[in-house]
Design a protein around this ligand. Structure first.
Ligand code: DGL
Length: 289
């Protein structure tokens, strides 16, 4: 497919993730850029991405990018570490004039924050296995001397998709992933999956319980991603100058009522939600609800 016609400053920004995790990135984007209209896409019928093959995740990311372009977005945020790791280069190549912002585990801020030199990284299996992550890890480790302890967290994004932000089952999973990192000496934890900021209290509790009074720093990159989007829009004169309240609408390949509930619970927002065909071509199936 070739590039679509460039859109102007009044067009919306598209934000997507495997599910509700990208809402943790949408939140700082709304706070920093209150005049931007936003379209959020949750690929919940295909979540989680973390255990899928690179080819599957890359194909989903391309289909969603094409769908958002058809909705006329002027910029795109890949609000998913796993999709960024395997698909952002291909998306940029396919749409060379589209500003595209990705999300990567905050290894650089993690290295800057650690006092003992050991940083735990919580992320999906897919992110940690990707070449992109490993190259970033090696580069930051060489530049700073920091040591990164990677912890894949299978099942954790699922708990957040289910809305289990404080359940005993989620707490037990969090403890299973966080405790060994702290016991191995990490004093800083990087949230390398956009779902995890929604269970920050559980992650902090678990870390503190294992830390024996030591201070633990937790790094989330949502605000940095919002700033990068702001920079790109500014550079290309694409900031929206509207004074009217900005609009937010959402699409899901999963259940629209579930995404509505998630927006309400996680962001205290009630955007219109539209169900989209779960197949490759992402056709809208119905009107906004
Ligand atoms: N929120 C995603 C990420 O940042 C994906 C989680 C998943 O679908 O496994 O990696």
């Amino acid at each position: 497919m070739t590039e679509t016609t460039p859109t102007g400053a009044n067009a919306p920004v598209g934000v997507f993730d495997s599910g509700v995790g990208g809402l943790s990135v949408l939140r700082p984007i709304r706070a920093l850029l209150p005049h931007e209209d936003l379209l959020y896409f949750a690929d919940s019928a295909h979540a989680p991405y973390g255990g899928k093959s690179e080819a599957e995740v890359a194909a989903r990311a391309q289909a969603i990018a094409a769908f958002l372009l058809e909705q006329g977005v002027k910029a795109m945020v890949v609000a998913c570490n796993t999709a960024t790791a395997v698909a952002i280069d291909a998306i940029r190549k396919r749409y060379p004039s589209l500003p595209v912002v990705g999300v990567e585990p905050g290894l650089k801020p993690g290295a800057a924050a650690t006092r003992c030199g050991k940083v735990g990284v919580l992320a999906t299996e897919g992110t940690l296995a990707s070449q992109r992550f490993q190259a970033l890890r090696d580069q930051i480790a060489a530049a700073t001397g920091a040591q990164f302890l990677a912890m894949p967290c299978p099942g954790l994004a699922d708990q957040i998709e289910k809305g289990e932000l404080r359940s005993a089952a989620t707490a037990a999973l969090v403890a299973r992933f966080v405790t060994p990192l702290i016991r191995d000496g990490a004093d800083t934890l990087v949230l390398g999956c956009t779902h995890y900021p929604f269970i920050l209290p559980l992650i902090e509790e678990s870390a503190l319980a294992a830390a024996d009074g030591k201070d633990i720093t937790v790094i989330d990159t949502g605000t940095a991603v919002a700033r990068q989007l702001q920079r790109l829009l500014e550079q290309r004169a694409l900031l929206n100058a509207q004074t009217a309240p900005s609009a937010l609408a959402a699409f899901t390949t999963g259940n629209s009522a579930s995404l509505s509930r998630a927006c309400e619970r996680l962001l205290q927002l009630s955007p219109p939600v539209m169900k989209v065909d779960a197949q490759e071509n992402c056709q809208p199936e119905a009107k906004f609800v």
